[in-house]
Ligand binder design. Structure first.
Ligand code: SF4
Length: 236
């Protein structure tokens, strides 16, 4: 496992995906200048749990138009929040979580979203993926948000073999050089929404098929590697 992880051509992967999706040079720290509002990243990521991006976008727009910050959201009636975020599903639980989160930020952090992993994880409804999203997209701090796309594609690439996003994050922290942490999520998420979808990945159109364990196996007519495989990962 270590051999391939260490020798995996991460630069090549990010270069080719950046070109494919027209995202410019991933080495440029664009996030530092364009970091988003950390509070809205936090709440938007909680809303995005178990729903489609379009639903999250619609609900976030409606919610932040009325409650753009922790002070406003902390005082919002639950029924109003449920109405605004209904499209995201699990809206009762999410409404309770986002209001509790806003209240905790107000009470314990003076209305400013904390920027340490430990303090973020202590907020209601915040798990590792949400905390990592706040660090990367809200504060432009190196972190690795792992959602289903990052988890699935990392396994398909053959750089690790894990069963859960949490295991994937832990493993990526060990094997992925820090310079790649910030650009990895946006590029893999975009790839997962386009060519490397959950079902029927379009390997024949993929620009990284020659460095991907799944792409290489399919081109040879072999069975792609699976997380449950016990065979050692191939060396590149
Ligand atoms: S070659 Fe196939 S499995 Fe590998 S990244 Fe591309 S689309 Fe995904």
């Amino acid at each position: 496992m270590k051999q391939r992880a260490l020798s995996f051509p991460w630069t090549e992967l990010l270069d080719r995906l950046s070109i494919l999706y027209g995202r410019g040079d991933w080495r440029v720290p664009y996030l530092r200048e364009h970091a988003e509002n950390p509070f809205q990243v936090l709440i938007g990521t909680i809303l995005s749990q178990r729903t489609k991006d379009a639903n999250t976008d619609r609900a976030s727009l409606a919610l932040f138009a009325e409650y753009p910050d922790a002070a406003g959201l902390a005082k919002a009636p639950l029924a109003d929040l449920e109405r605004l975020i209904r499209a995201t599903g699990f809206y009762r639980m999410k409404a309770r979580n986002i209001r509790a989160c806003a209240r905790a930020i107000l009470r314990e952090h003076g209305g400013i979203v904390p920027r340490s992993m430990e303090e973020l994880l202590a907020l209601p409804g915040v798990g590792p993926k949400t905390a990592n999203c706040v660090l990367v997209f809200g504060y432009a701090e190196p972190a690795i948000p792992v959602d289903t796309h990052v988890h699935r594609i990392s396994n398909r690439l053959g750089v690790l073999r894990t069963r859960t996003p949490e295991q994937t994050e832990a493993r990526l922290r060990e094997i992925l050089p820090r310079e790649y942490w910030i650009p990895l999520n946006p590029l893999l998420v975009q790839h997962g929404q386009n060519l490397c979808r959950p079902r029927n990945p379009r390997c024949e159109l993929c620009p990284v098929a020659d460095i991907c364990a799944t792409g290489l196996a399919r081109a040879r007519g072999e069975r792609p590697p699976r997380p449950e495989d016990r065979r050692p990962l191939p060396a590149m």
